[in-house]
Ligand binder design. Structure first.
Ligand code: CMP
Length: 143
């Protein structure tokens, strides 16, 4: 197994329902470590830039509005196979298709407001982490 880093965002719906602790507990129980974290109110240009890959999709405008509708918790998670592990813990993008016991199955109602974001691959993870964190903001978990 390779130690990887992945970007995780706890979205405004989950923050507003006080599910931050429930969600982080799932990451930690599966061995993912938080190496960076910040609670932020995204500005429109941040959300537009972060989701620029979806710019041409019909849901882009609503996605940006939702992501700036309240604070989000942005984290870098580290661990063995962190990218896939995080995706397994989150469940499918559409909560209706998410496996039982996953974050989206348990806490999300719709594909538009699906509680969490996680990077979908090694290169995406690098880009997404660099979008929100300077290298010196990422800690070394040596103990
Ligand atoms: P996320 O993993 O944050 O990446 C893009 C987001 O767009 C996705 O989660 C969903 O919340 C949202 N979205 C809305 N509609 C769709 C759709 N049809 N396909 C994929 N993502 C969608």
């Amino acid at each position: 197994m390779t130690t990887e880093r992945t970007l995780s965002i706890i979205k405004p719906d989950a923050v507003s329902k006080n599910h931050i602790g429930d969600i982080i507990a799932r990451f930690e129980k599966k061995g993912l470590k938080i190496v960076a974290a910040k609670m932020v109110q995204l500005k429109q240009k941040d959300a537009e830039g972060f989701y620029a890959v979806h710019k041409e999709r019909p849901f882009y405008k609503d996605l940006v509005s939702f992501m700036i509708s309240g604070p989000v918790l942005i984290m870098v998670l580290e661990g063995d196979d962190a990218i896939n592990k995080n995706r397994d813990i989150m469940g499918a993008t559409d909560p209706k298709k998410a496996a039982p016991g996953t974050i989206r199955a348990d806490f999300a109602k719709t594909i538009d407001e699906n509680c969490v974001h996680g990077s979908d691959g090694v290169e995406t993870a690098k880009t997404e982490i660099a979008f929100f964190f300077k290298p010196e903001e990422i800690t070394q978990r040596i103990r």
